[in-house]
Ligand binder design. Structure first.
Ligand code: UN1
Length: 505
């Protein structure tokens, strides 16, 4: 196989470099196939449901020790993790390509995202601060303190098999919480490789408690066990809205804390003043990059009617030259879908789009690439925002609708159940400001003159409505992994009551 760098990205070498030994990858019940060529990469032993109690208990034992370690020292472990990730970047990036089907540059980008959040979390470990609040009572001080919460259950999806684990875990760890990780059953190898990388950091760190990070391999029942356990105070889950509907109520039932990052149905409004060449580049990256399998992928294009035909023509041209093929080959921009079910989902959505009045450009099986599910990205020009457009289909389908007034465009942008990411292309400052104002996009992310995907880790990541409302990675997302305690300290020799209440005995 051709590779994009001089590095050996063959699966055998990569697995070996990441400490995944042949013997550990055989004889189990979980078959892991590569979307690149359909080959069987591993048959892994699965964690049994009956083991979950012990795993959760071990995490709580680790918590009792880890919470006492000063936060900046906890940060040192995450700093070492960042170092080890830097050293393993090429190998882990290549394994992401093998297991999730991402092109080399995106596989590496995902590992870079892990490194970036480690850097952020190291700084954060010295900044887990609360406020001092003016007390109404003389000789009193009010303040808030942030304390560790306990084990965090982190459930991740196939499409970003490692970065969302890192967003959650780098912060959870500096905040004093052990992590139990349930990766997607489609991408367990990258999780096991990450566990090995973490263990390299642990060794250098020296005196961390055992079981700070445990990985459970298997299916939905393991995620359910985490969600149902009172001894896992935080559940952070990335995946489909369907998964969120299973996890959310279970966690709520026991009053646990949920951080949900679910489906998106992200739109771009293209206004008449837009720089169309730039828009075409942004649209192509965000609609066909990662084969349309990011939760931030561009799925809806809302274009002013005066430029619609021109833009669709430009996109057709850009789409016609897209290199589709093995993600490990130099120059490929569109890799495979994760599995056959994803290909069937795309077919189904395209035929629904057609029956709802859409004109389909592209789609279908890509010529000349075999082994995996390789498809031609599709553009579906729709008469309006019909039912199928309101659904998230995890595939490279771009629905195009036209608008007349900006009000109408914003209304269309917001008129879907999901609320993750959104953007506008315009050179008109009024339109741009309007879009990011309280009258604009209802999403967690709203961009101007860049696409909806490819967010940096410095901002809070997540969205509203069926996207689940959680926020991860940057800004003050660290607070999601700690409990806030309000402290009032009386340093006077009186006992005044708040609100002027008198209670003399
Ligand atoms: C996801 O698809 O689950 O903004 C996460 C982005 C990436 C993260 C996507 N930083 O596209």
């Amino acid at each position: 196989m051709l590779v994009s760098t001089s590095k050996d990205t063959s699966l055998k070498t990569v697995l070996g470099n990441l400490g995944l030994k042949d013997g550990d990858l055989k004889g189990g019940t979980l078959a892991v196939h590569s979307p690149v060529d359909g080959s069987l990469m591993a048959e892994l032993a699965e964690t049994k449901g009956a083991e979950m109690d012990r795993i959760i208990k071990d995490a709580n034992t680790a918590f009792k020790a880890w919470r006492q370690v000063p936060a900046p020292r906890r940060g040192e472990l995450v700093r070492l993790l960042g170092d080890e990730l830097r050293a393993a970047k090429d190998d882990l990036g290549a394994l992401v390509s093998w297991e999730a089907g991402k092109i080399v540059s995106e596989g590496l980008g995902e590992v870079q995202e892990m490194i970036d959040i480690c850097d952020l979390a190291v700084g954060q470990s010295r900044q887990l601060f609360g406020l001092t609040i003016a007390s109404e009572r003389p000789g009193h001080r009010m303040m808030e303190t942030w304390h560790p919460m306990g084990p965090a259950g982190v459930i991740t999806a196939f499409n970003f098999p490692v970065a969302p684990w890192a967003w959650n875990s780098a912060l959870a760890l500096v905040c004093g919480n052990p992590v139990i990780w349930k990766p997607s059953e489609k991408t367990p190898l990258t999780a096991l490789a990450t566990l090995n990388i973490f263990e390299r950091a642990l060794k250098k760190f020296g005196d961390a408690p055992d079981n700070l990070l445990q990985v459970v391999i298997g299916r939905a029942d393991l995620g359910e066990a985490l969600s149902a356990s009172r001894d896992v105070p935080i559940i952070s889950a990335t995946g489909s809205t369907r998964m969120g509907r299973a996890v959310g109520p279970k966690v709520a039932e026991r009053f646990g804390r949920c951080i949900l990052e679910l489906g998106g149905n992200n739109a771009m409004i293209v206004a008449p003043s837009a720089d169309l060449d730039m828009a075409v580049r942004a649209i192509t990256f965000s609609a066909v990059g990662t084969a349309g399998q990011r939760c931030t992928s561009l799925r809806r294009l809302i274009v002013h009617k005066s430029i619609k035909d021109d833009l669709v023509q430009k996109l057709e041209k850009a789409y016609s030259g897209l290199p589709i093929g093995s993600p490990l080959e130099d120059g490929t921009l569109v890799g495979p879908l994760i599995d056959k079910a994803a290909g069937d989902g795309m077919e189904k959505a395209l035929s629904a789009a057609k029956s709802q009045g859409g004109t389909i450009i592209g789609g279908g099986k890509a010529e000349g690439v075999d082994g995996g599910v390789y498809v031609n990205p599709a553009i579906a020009v729709m008469p309006s925002q019909t039912d199928i457009v309101k659904e998230e289909t995890f595939a490279p389908i771009l629905y195009v609708m036209e608008y007349d007034t900006l009000d109408e465009a914003i209304e269309m942008q917001n008129d879907v159940p999901q609320g993750l990411s959104s953007c506008i292309f315009t050179l008109n400052v009024r339109e741009a400001e309007r879009f990011v104002s309280d009258m604009g996009s209802d999403c967690g992310i709203a961009n101007v003159n860049i696409g909806p995907s490819g967010a940096e880790i410095g901002g809070a990541f997540g969205g509203e409505k069926e996207t689940g409302g959680g926020r991860e990675s940057g800004s003050d997302a660290w607070k999601g992994y700690m409990r806030r305690q309000t402290n009032t300290v009386n340093y006077s020799d009186e006992l005044p009551l708040a609100q002027g209440v008198k209670f003399d005995i």
